[in-house]
Design a protein around this ligand. Structure first.
Ligand code: IPM
Ligand code: MG
Length: 353
C-alpha cells in the first residue's frame, strides 16, 4: 500500500527516536512491499525557534493530509520559563485538538526479561497486560485559564458526549480482551467526575450489560496500580488523571522508555507517540530508548494503516531484541552492557520478519 506519514520530531530526544521510528517504517516498507512517503514538520520548541509558533500552519496542513502522524517529543528547559506565553506543549495540545484525537490508547505490557528492571516485586508484575484509555481533548487541559497577581485558575469541563465517546472506545477495547473495564474518577470531590461516573454507569448498563465494570477513585487507583496491577484489563479515565497514571504505570514495564501511545479520533488519521517526554538531560547523546517509539510505529501500522501483520512483526522484533539482551541504559541492570539508540534500533530492524 501507499501511505503518507507526517513526522514531527520536536525537541530533546524527539529527533533521535523519530529517526528510529522512520528506520523501522522504511524497513517494514521494503520487507512487506509498501511505499511510505514522509513529510517532516516542525512542532514544539523547534517550531517556536524557527517560526515563533509551536504549531505552524504548514504542520497542521501536513498532518491533515497524512494517513498517520508520528511525534517524537516536545518541550525542554530552553522554553520553560513559567512566564512565557508561548510554550512547546501548546503545539502538542493543539494538534491533538485540531485533529479531533480524543482517545489516547496507552498499552502497558511487560517483557518478562525486564521484570528485574522494575522497582516492583516480580510476583506483583506477573501477568500485567493492560490498556489505559485516556480522554485527550477535554478536561482541565483545555479549560479556560486565568492568572493575575494573586491567583490563578484552570477550568475543568466535560460534556456528556465527550464522556460517552471515550467510554465507548474503552468498552469496545475491553470486549475484545478480558471484558473488564475500570473507570477512574474523583467523584467524591469533583462535579466533572460525578458526571463521568453517571454517564459511564448509564452507558455501560445500556450497551454492555454483561461487562464487568469497576469504578475507582483516582487516589485509590494510583495505589491499586502498584498493589494489584495484573488485575486490570482496560482502564478509562479523564485527561489529567490519565496523564499521571500512565507515567506511574510505565514503571511496571521497567521504564518510561517502553510505553507507546496512539491518539485516535473519528477519522483515520491518528497520532502516534512514545509516552515519554523530551528528556533534555540525555538529548543528542544516543542514550534514548527507542522501544516506545518503535512500539508506537506498530500501533500506527495497526490503527491507521490497517497493517496487522506488519504491526505484529514490529512488536515481535522488539520482543526479540529484548530477548536477545539488547539494553539501552534505562533498562540495563547493573553490569549489563548497554547499546545506543541507533544500535537498539538496528537490532530491532534485524529481527523484523
Ligand atoms: C503526555 C505528556 C503531555 C501531556 C505533555 C508534554 C503536554 O505528558 O503526552 O503524557 O501532558 O499530555
Ligand atoms: Mg504525560
Amino acid at each position: 500500500m501507499k501511505a503518507q506519514i507526517t513526522l514531527l520530531p520536536g525537541d530533546g530526544i524527539g529527533p533521535e527516536v523519530t529517526d528510529s521510528a522512520r528506520s523501522v517504517l522504511d524497513s517494514v516498507a521494503s520487507k512487506f512491499g509498501h511505499e511510505f512517503a514522509f513529510d517532516s514538520q516542525l512542532i514544539g520548541g523547534a517550531a517556536i525557534d524557527a517560526e515563533g509558533d509551536p504549531l505552524p500552519s504548514a504542520t497542521i496542513t501536513s498532518c491533515k493530509n497524512a494517513d498517520a502522524v508520528f511525534l517524537g517529543a516536545v518541550g525542554g528547559p530552553k522554553w520553560s520559563d513559567p512566564n512565557t506565553a508561548v510554550r512547546p506543549e501548546q503545539g502538542l495540545l493543539r494538534i491533538r485538538s485540531v485533529l479531533g484525537l480524543y482517545a489516547n490508547i496507552r498499552p502497558v505490557k511487560i517483557y518478562s526479561e525486564l521484570i528485574e528492571t522494575s522497582p516492583l516485586k516480580p510476583e506483583i508484575l506477573e501477568g500485567v497486560d493492560m490498556i489505559v484509555v485516556r480522554e485527550l481533548t477535554g478536561g482541565i487541559y483545555f479549560g479556560e485559564k486565568t492568572r493575575d497577581a494573586i491567583s490563578a485558575s484552570d477550568l475543568c469541563t466535560y460534556t456528556v458526549a465527550e464522556v460517552e465517546r471515550i467510554v465507548r472506545v474503552a468498552a469496545r477495547l475491553a470486549s475484545g480482551r478480558q471484558g473488564k473495564l475500570c473507570s477512574v474518577d474523583k467523584a467524591n470531590v469533583l462535579e466533572t467526575s460525578r458526571l463521568w461516573r453517571d454517564v459511564t454507569d448509564r452507558l455501560m448498563a445500556a450497551e454492555y450489560p454483561e461487562m464487568k465494570v469497576e469504578t475507582l477513585l483516582v487516589d485509590a487507583a494510583a495505589m491499586h496500580l502498584l498493589s494489584r496491577p495484573s488485575e486490570f484489563d482496560v482502564i478509562v479515565t479523564e485527561n489529567m488523571f490519565g496523564d499521571i497514571l500512565t507515567d506511574e504505570a510505565s514503571m511496571l514495564a521497567g521504564s518510561l522508555g517502553m510505553l507507546p501511545s496512539a491518539s485516535l479520533g473519528d477519522s483515520k488519521v491518528g497520532l502516534y507517540e512514545p509516552i515519554h517526554g523530551s528528556a533534555p538531560d540525555i538529548a543528542g547523546r544516543g542514550l534514548a530508548n527507542p522501544c516506545a517509539s518503535i512500539a508506537s510505529v506498530a500501533l500506527l501500522l495497526r490503527h491507521s494503516l490497517g497493517l496487522e501483520q506488519e504491526a505484529t512483526a514490529v512488536e515481535r522484533a522488539i520482543a526479540r531484541a529484548i530477548g536477545a539482551g539488547a539494553r539501552t541504559a534505562d533498562i540495563a541492570s547493573d553490569g549489563e552492557s548497554r547499546v545506543s539508540t541507533s544500535e537498539m534500533t538496528a537490532e530491532i530492524v534485524r529481527g523484523l520478519s
